[in-house]
Design a protein around this ligand. Sequence first.
Ligand SMILES: [Fe+2]
Length: 288
Amino acid sequence: MVDKKYLLTTAQMAEFVARGMLRFDELVPDEINRAVMASFDAGGIKAAPAGTPLSQCYPEPSPIGEMLRMPEIQGIIHSLVGPDPLFDHHAIHVRQPNEGSAQGMHGDSIIDTRMHFDIQLMYFPHDVPLEMGGTLVVPGSQYRRINEMDIARYQNFAGQVPMVCKAGSILALHHGIWHCGRQNKTDRKRYMYKIRLNPVVRQYRLWNTDDLAAMTGGQKRIFTRDQNAAPDVQTILGKGEPWFEDAGGRLEIVNRVKMWRFLTGDENFDVHYWLTRLENMPERRLAA
Ligand SMILES: [Fe+2]
């Protein structure tokens, strides 16, 4: 069992629901980063068959296994997909020095419509400056289901985040998020390790929920616009991304509310009145 102190907080979980991503800079220590790089340079790492419990993958000695077994990483995994998820696949993404092209923007395997979601952990074992490209993600895009490369003709999006980071940084992504590998304009190879994990339990209150009630009781804070109040869940889920339309991302906010209800079981949860108004379908006829 993961120690509670390593689990995500309610605020982090709300950010994941809103943006489809969480970023952890310089989380993995340098000795593991260096060992992972050496294992990549030595010819790669062995994958388990799809559907293998993660705990049975990467037996020691394995630098990638060491990274995945860090309590901080276990806490992220447990909070998002629960204990001992299944290994789906992994990939060592390599961008060659001075590579002439970038990967098209895409979503990975948008072939199901479940509320349940897989995560993809991306691990950057060396520094990634902007000229090295980095992985590009579009925060908040995870509920806009697109089929693979359907959007590849688009090169840039308002609010996009290039993963410029120090060695040992981790991105935890909802499987639906739009992303691509950018062009590497340096004379060094760029590595990124990705692993996709499938949950085997209902994704229900898996994070540290000690502050859940306090973090969701605050509709009042939205309306009073108290600048000193810490952002509560409603505030986090109501925050727009630069690519949202002028009306403030109605579709995104409704989808965020649906996901928050799914994760918490709180069927009355709402941000302002967005989802509640859609549920008002009166059946009562007036007497003639
Ligand atoms: Fe991808």
